[in-house]
Design a protein around this ligand. Structure first.
Ligand code: NAD
Length: 478
């Protein structure tokens, strides 16, 4: 699909519903196509003054937007869903170009991203409250929920549309106004999403988008502006930790969706075919570049050989450049290949793949590594690529200990023929989300989030809107 130049060249920032030049005066940021390794387009490079201008716009728009009726906000969000679906192919084409993901993954992401608008249009009119008699009988306790205020939304490159709408939709449903700062690696999608939202009726200033190469300074400036009351961040644990410390200065409310290291456990009574079907989804969705990606495959010794054989067959069938997408940068490709090398030096064996692909663009061969040592870097960090690391286990206590031996706790997967055993295992795994006999956890109607160093708070479900609401209690006598 050929994309119009105006979607690829975005020399201005999107502030107050208009395109404005960056005051930083710096040349723009180049955006590359990972499938070719060449320049695709470019965006403006905001400095600290630009960021404050975006906060000004969001703060100016807040009184009117927070005073709209829930029904009005709901109708606008429902229209955002419709407009996004009408532009499904264009948005998918743009994501495919700047992120490298397969067309199937890109189309799937548009559907997932749009669904947050529909879901939160339905939640906008269901914001709760409470009224009760004080135990003393002297007064009533009236509890209401109000929008938290100007919200800073920071998103990663791996799901450029869905990570944005997962924040924008609940923020707007709650009555908040926003500054969205997408990753500079995939910024084009965010600008198009903002345009589509404007087309759907979102008023100027409610959604502002800035991109920058100077993220530490630009973001710190906004977090120290007393008008910014909320930070909703999705990205790595390292950056999340840094931003939590900065947010502490003004006691900014924080929601954090951070890194993961998901175990994928196959119990001896599992249907191996079905388990590998699920594993292919859990491992290869978005080319392995998902925070929920199966990072450590623990197969019971009784089924391990069959799991490895079937997985290797399926991974071997993927075609680099079509069904196996590139990774995001050349550095990411080199890091993944070096993780494989480290595991092999530690005693693991490569069953299939294992190298970068000899072609333009940033590709890693679909890879299966067996007998991966527990202490290897590959088992301890997010692989974030098309590499499955397998290890065997012999009893449930052992696999629970191994699954939990990580500072992360985002997603986990269990395959078993015995649902009771699966649910008992789900209870014992330290993760915010556990999939039992399923390779996908993401669902706009379900609470998404992690425990331990994988994050704070939840997105989606009925929980997602709560993150953008503040509770106010009024003691009233009548
Ligand atoms: P990242 O942490 O490098 O960047 C995330 C965002 O923070 C980007 O917008 C980036 O520009 C910005 N940023 C980077 N350094 C900054 C700084 N010093 N100050 C302020 N802002 C800064 O993450 P990434 O590489 O874009 O994304 C991959 C990571 O995101 C992985 O760890 C993945 O697990 C995680 N992730 C988590 C979820 C989730 O829901 N838990 C979802 C998707 C991705």
């Amino acid at each position: 699909m050929s994309l119009p130049t105006e979607l690829l060249e975005r020399p201005h920032l999107y502030i107050k519903g208009a395109w404005v030049p960056a005051a930083s005066g710096r040349p723009g940021i180049d955006v590359d196509d990972p499938s070719t390794g060449t320049r695709l387009g470019g965006v403006a490079d905001a400095g600290p003054a630009d960021a404050i201008r975006a906060v000004d716009a969001a703060a100016d728009a807040l009184p009117a937007w927070s005073a709209t009726s829930p029904r009005e906000r709901a109708e606008i969000l429902r229209e955002c869903f419709a407009v996004m679906m009408r532009n499904r192919d264009t948005l998918a084409g743009l994501m495919r170009a700047e992120n490298g993901k397969t067309l199937a993954d890109a189309l799937g992401e548009v559907d997932y991203a749009a669904e947050f608008f529909r879901w939160f249009s339905e939640e906008a009119v269901r914001i709760g409250g409470d009224l009760r008699l004080a135990p003393s009988g002297a007064n009533r306790i009236l509890v209401q929920q109000q929008p938290v205020g100007v919200s800073l939304l920071i998103t990663p490159w791996n799901f450029p549309a869905a990570m944005a709408t997962r924040k924008l939709a609940p923020a707007l449903a709650a009555g908040c106004t926003t500054v969205l700062k997408p990753s500079e690696l995939t910024p084009l999608t965010a600008y198009l999403v903002a345009e589509l939202m404007t087309e759907a009726g979102v008023p100027p200033g409610v959604v502002n988008v800035i991109t920058s190469t100077e993220n530490p300074v630009v973001v710190a400036g906004m977090l120290h502006d007393p008008r910014v009351r909320k930070l909703s961040f999705t990205g790595s644990t390292a950056v999340g930790r840094l931003l939590l410390a900065q947010a502490a200065d003004q006691i900014v409310s924080c929601s954090m969706e951070l890194g993961g290291n998901a175990p994928f456990i196959v119990l001896p009574d599992a249907d191996v075919e079905q388990a590998v079907d699920g594993l292919m989804v859990a491992k290869m969705r978005n080319g392995g570049q998902a925070c929920t990606a199966a990072n450590r495959v623990y197969a019971h010794a009784a089924v391990r050989d069959r799991v490895v054989a079937e997985l290797s067959r399926r991974m071997g069938e993927l075609v680099v450049g079509t069904t196996c997408a590139p990774v995001i940068t050349a550095a990411a490709r080199d890091r993944i290949v070096s993780l494989v090398g480290g595991a092999v030096r530690g005693g693991a064996s490569v069953v299939t793949g294992g190298r970068s692909a000899d072609r333009p663009g940033w590709y890693v061969e679909p890879t299966v590594v067996d007998a991966t040592p527990p202490g290897s870097e590959m088992m301890r960090t997010e692989i974030f690529g098309p590499v499955a690391a397998v290890a065997a286990f012999t009893d449930v206590d052992e696999v629970v200990a191994a699954a939990n031996a990580t500072p992360y706790g985002l997603a986990a997967y269990v395959y078993t023929g015995d649902l009771r055993a699966g649910l008992a295992l789900a209870d014992r795994i330290e993760a915010g989300m556990v999939a039992v006999n399923r390779g996908l956890v993401s669902d706009p109607a379900a609470p998404f989030g992690g425990v331990k160093q994988s994050g704070l708070g939840r997105e989606g479900g009925r929980h997602g809107i709560e993150e953008f609401l503040e509770t106010k209690y009024v003691a009233v006598a009548w």
